[in-house]
Design a binder for this molecule. Structure first.
Ligand SMILES: [Fe+2]
Length: 211
């Protein structure tokens, strides 16, 4: 018995970490699809710096403003909080009020560099804020090649864009996930592989400030 337990522990220690996923009931996504479409018709910000190419619309605190010390806050639309609660419940998690929500649109050739979301133990530029442990995501439109992937990188500086993923999310419309635990933290980085046609997602996070 002890041998089996030891073997189990050894295998467990070397197993590839993953994140919890679930799928939303299709009526939930249908219920919000018109409002999401309306948001996508608003002006989106294009991020294009050679390591990332995507269009976003951000609600609540703005990541880039926070990085510059600007704590301006515009409450996210109520329907996005409702949708965020559905995401939490689908994953068996307690709903929370999200203070940073990002609607991301990836068109042909778009991608997102591997990164670690700012965490209590991982800051950019000595930032005075971080995102709480649980980061949630919802795939609204899935793509055939572009998907969330994870790499492990313990080198100096930012990871190369062509590292082989250790794990990729199998995406389809309605897939939800909670980024937490091992894959939420250094040395694990997550990004989005190059999109062939079109990919739409929502990210739900809660901002905390250093006391
Ligand atoms: Fe991220």
């Amino acid at each position: 018995m002890r041998i089996f337990l030891t073997m189990f522990a050894i295998v467990g220690a070397f197993a590839t970490p993953t994140i919890p996923t679930a799928i939303l009931d299709s009526y939930v996504l249908e219920q919000y699809s018109e409002k999401i479409t309306q948001e996508l018709e608003e002006q989106l910000s294009k991020q294009n710096d050679g390591r990332t190419l995507r269009c976003t619309r951000e609600y609540g605190y703005s990541f880039f403003k926070l990085e510059n010390g600007d704590r301006c806050y515009i409450p996210p639309p109520h329907f996005l909080q409702e949708l965020g609660a559905h995401v939490c419940l689908a994953l068996g998690e307690e709903p929370v009020v999200f203070t940073n929500i990002i609607l991301s649109q990836y068109d042909e050739g778009f991608y997102l560099e591997p990164h670690v979301d700012v965490a209590c133990d991982y800051r950019y530029k000595s930032s005075d804020f971080y995102f709480d442990e649980k980061v949630y995501g919802l795939v609204i439109d899935a793509d055939t090649t572009g998907a969330l992937y994870f790499v492990k990188w313990e080198g100096v500086g930012r990871p190369p864009l062509d590292l082989k993923p250790i794990y990729s999310l199998e995406e389809e419309a309605g897939v939800v996930f909670c980024l937490k635990d091992q894959l939420r933290h250094f040395p694990y980085f997550h990004g989005v592989s190059k999109v062939k046609n079109h990919r739409i997602t929502l990210t739900f996070r809660t901002v905390s400030f250093e006391k």
